[in-house]
Design a protein around this ligand. Sequence first.
Ligand SMILES: [Fe+2]
Length: 268
Amino acid sequence: MVNLIHISDLHYGSEFVPEYMENVIKYIEDESPDAVICTGDIIHKGRITQFKGVLPYLKRIRECTRFLAVPGNHDAKNSGIIFFERLIGPRRSRLIIDDKDTLIVGICSARDDIAYGECGDEQLDWCGRQFDKNLENRVLALHHHLIPVPLSGQKFTTVRDAGEVLEFTQLFELDLVLMGHRHVPHAYVIGPTTFLYCGTSTSKKVRADDSPSFNHIILNEGDIEVHIVNSTNLERSLLLERRLSRTKFVRPRRTRIEHLLSSSVWDD
Ligand SMILES: [Fe+2]
């Protein structure tokens, strides 16, 4: 059994509520998950002062467990990707939980000063070289949406190459895709993959009448259970319970990622 905590859109620097952050850290300390994954917008304006301001909180999370973060479009404002990589971690990374047969890959969908996102061929190719089908749990994390979510607004929700990334998730039979961006907790299931969206975990930037929240995920031999945890009072509510039934889909043609992976264009 693997326990993951999915936080997102902390937005340190704008409508950030330290009390919510303290609640999130307390929950992590109490639950000791196998990893915490943050799907971007850690800070609000890409400023080095904001990155430095949020670091003590992230340090406390890192002291509890493994931590992986991907950049969001707000982290990438004002050339903030430079400071993200200097102070938080690489823009794309992977985290292996050896004893749980689990791989989490984080990719950067954010681009400097642009609200919409893109993964890009070079990054997809890199991603394709990370996932091993023999691993029991395979998780992809990125900031932007792959599928639009109601109540999240009409603009800039998905990456431009969402089709390619969706095809990737199905080809590699990923178990889970984690996303943030528009602060609306939600889930979709397509084939073997559960697509999970996180609310804003530590800010007041909620949509409609949502509460700030984060996700607690339990992966258990193909079964997935997700609870939304309210950051104001740590109340849990069930979002999704899935007993995995794999769908067989015969692809009508060679997939785009197969074309990419068979080419030597991106080799070092
Ligand atoms: Fe955000």
